[in-house]
Design a protein around this ligand. Structure first.
Ligand SMILES: [Zn+2]
Length: 269
């Protein structure tokens, strides 16, 4: 410029902690204004040049940097940036804290719901009720047992009442999910029992009241103590009773079991 070489000076970094330089654009920027520029209040030395276009007037650079350093727009942006960097008041941190509390409550709800499901499975009792609404006098064994649990244990009551309303672990789908997860766990225990031993498969089918063919699968084997064991794996709906249909039904059931592995993921909050 005017026969002189001018450029950005490294030493300016020491004087202005907000200064940033883009080699690609050969322009200087202000970090605070770049992040928190208030376009509604443009000002001479805090203009959008430092925030967006980039400053390139190296001749008067230091004077303008000094002016920018004290201008209102810049000071406001700096304060916003400092607030953002202050982790104790950071909104993100508050959200993480809330999520952790909710995660704990979710764990309590999940454990309580699973405990009730396991008890009902063990007793072979029905889960569902005719009317499961909150005003119902009898919401079915599952929901009534959860209410009983809530009355007995304060922490469980708090976990259900303060917990996220879209993740209460009470819906019919959740009841089925918990039951399927229990079935999966029982199956893996049976598989551990068999390990590499020889076993036979007992298959029988029968037609239920809705005229659907149901196939039962039972495994028979000798365990480590030399006792003959028979383990019921489950029921599978089949289209017909031919040997091929029964074989396909068995492999479909095995595939479903496989897909259920890793069913429970952390709470998506
Ligand atoms: Zn600035």
């Amino acid at each position: 410029m005017s026969g002189e070489f001018r450029s950005f000076q490294k030493t300016w970094y020491d004087e202005f902690d907000w200064l940033e330089y883009s080699e690609y654009k050969n322009a200087a920027y202000c970090l605070y204004c770049y992040l928190f520029f208030n376009s509604a209040k443009p000002e001479k030395f805090g203009s959008s040049v430092f925030a967006h276009q980039g400053f390139v007037n190296w001749k008067k650079a230091k004077d303008i940097f000094n002016n920018h350093n004290v201008c209102k727009t810049h000071v406001e942006a700096r304060l916003k940036c400092e607030d953002f960097m202050n982790q104790k008041t950071n909104v993100g941190r508050k959200l993480v804290q809330i999520s952790k509390e909710e995660e704990k409550r979710y764990e309590i709800r999940l454990t309580a719901s699973l405990g009730v499901a396991r008890f009902l499975i063990m007793q072979g009792d029905a889960f569902r009720g005719h009317d499961e609404s909150s005003t119902s006098l009898n919401k079915g064994t599952y929901r009534e047992m959860i209410d009983w649990y809530k009355d007995k244990v304060e922490i469980v009551k708090e976990a259900y009442e303060k917990g996220s309303k879209n993740c209460q672990m009470l819906s019919p789908d959740i009841q089925k999910d918990l039951t399927k997860a229990c079935a999966e766990e029982v199956t893996s225990v049976i598989m551990d029992e068999i390990r590499g031993k020889k076993f036979s498969v007992l298959i029988d089918e029968s037609r239920d009241v809705s005229i659907k063919e149901q196939m039962t699968v039972i495994l028979r084997f000798v365990n480590d103590e030399g006792k003959v064991m028979e383990r019921f794996l489950g029921l599978q709906h089949v289209q017909s009773c031919t040997a091929i249909a029964l074989k396909e039904g068995t492999s479909r059931r095995r595939k479903q079991k496989f897909q259920m592995r890793g069913y429970f993921q952390p709470c998506p909050l």
